[in-house]
Write a protein that binds this ligand. Structure first.
Ligand SMILES: [Zn+2]
Length: 302
């Protein structure tokens, strides 16, 4: 297959997978529904069942100008965002794999990235990471690593264990996967334990521990270190921006009321309310970077 055709195919598949991920994300916190029941999506306001032509990724939302065809309620822009993002990630997975011969590698990457999309948005919504993603990844990672050893083609450990062979062996990849899983689990569990001892409160959610363990099973021990570094930097930046946002909100509300709040007091309140952001989304981005580009990042750093 021509590489361009492969990229196009992955982009289209990603659009429809993204549409499915929207259903998973939207229905996750709801108790009365599952992913397969009801089969058809409904408008959350007027409950009208969506026809296939109202469910075409990106296209329907754009044609309907972001509104339900029946009751005109606004459909959040997050729906087309998740579809476009997933499609882009599937194309990126194909790109990173480099040719259509490497379709198995591209598919595993694409599926892992899709799981990370679910983890990210569910964590933003509910402050938890679904076990189906984290525990599912911890089980699937070692298995898929043995089936598609190229997943650990850049892993020092897997390459060393495959000496004498021109490519990474199943055994080498499987071992690197287990090592990544154990390291991902122990680093975050360790930080959580230290944080609990030092501050007397939970510093690390258990969902994050399971997510990095699952990611580690796909990126190996070196990838875990990279993912955690990238996640820490991103989360710090996001944390500072979040505090700045609350600071701005507090100050402008006080000004509207005509009782200006002193800078120090506003900053104090902003730091308290703005401090808590979920770590999962940044961890997911870090794992995604390690997944596709960890060799590039390492060579760039060195
Ligand atoms: Zn409606």
């Amino acid at each position: 297959m021509h590489f361009e055709v492969f990229l196009l195919w992955m982009g289209l598949a990603g659009l429809f997978v993204g549409s499915f991920l929207n259903v998973v994300i939207y229905r996750y916190p709801l108790e009365e529904v599952t992913v397969s029941n009801p089969r058809r999506s409904r408008c959350p306001k007027c409950e009208h069942s969506l026809g296939w032509y109202e469910n075409i990724p990106l296209v329907s939302w754009t044609i309907q100008l972001g509104r339900c065809r029946h009751c005109q309620v606004r459909i959040p822009w997050r729906y087309p965002l998740v579809e476009g993002l997933t499609s882009g990630l599937w194309v990126a997975a194909a790109f990173a794999a480099g040719s259509s011969e490497e379709w198995a590698l591209a598919m595993v990457w694409a599926v892992v990235l899709s799981g990370l999309v679910v983890a990210t948005f569910v964590d933003f919504d509910c402050l938890e990471i679904p076990d189906s993603v984290s525990i599912g990844g911890m089980l699937a990672g070692p298995l898929l690593s043995a089936l598609v050893p190229a997943l650990h083609g850049g892993s020092w450990l897997a390459v060393r264990l495959s000496e004498g062979s021109s490519q990474v062996t199943s055994m080498g990849a499987f071992t690197a996967s287990i090592a990544g899983l154990v390291l991902g689990w122990s680093i975050l569990a360790g930080i959580g334990w230290l944080g609990a001892r030092a501050f007397g409160k939970e510093a690390m959610g258990f969902g994050d521990v399971k997510l990095l363990a699952a990611g580690g099973a796909f990126v190996g021990p070196g990838g875990v270190a990279l993912a955690l570094m990238a996640a820490s930097v991103l989360a710090s930046v996001a944390g500072v921006l979040n505090i700045a946002r609350f600071y701005y909100l507090i100050r402008s509300r006080a000004r509207r009321r005509g009782v200006p709040k002193p800078v120090r007091k506003a900053l104090h309140v902003a730091r308290i309310v703005g401090r808590y952001i979920p770590f999962g989304p940044y961890l997911a981005v870090g794992i995604g970077i390690a997944l596709l580009y960890w060799n590039d990042v390492i060579s760039w750093l060195l």
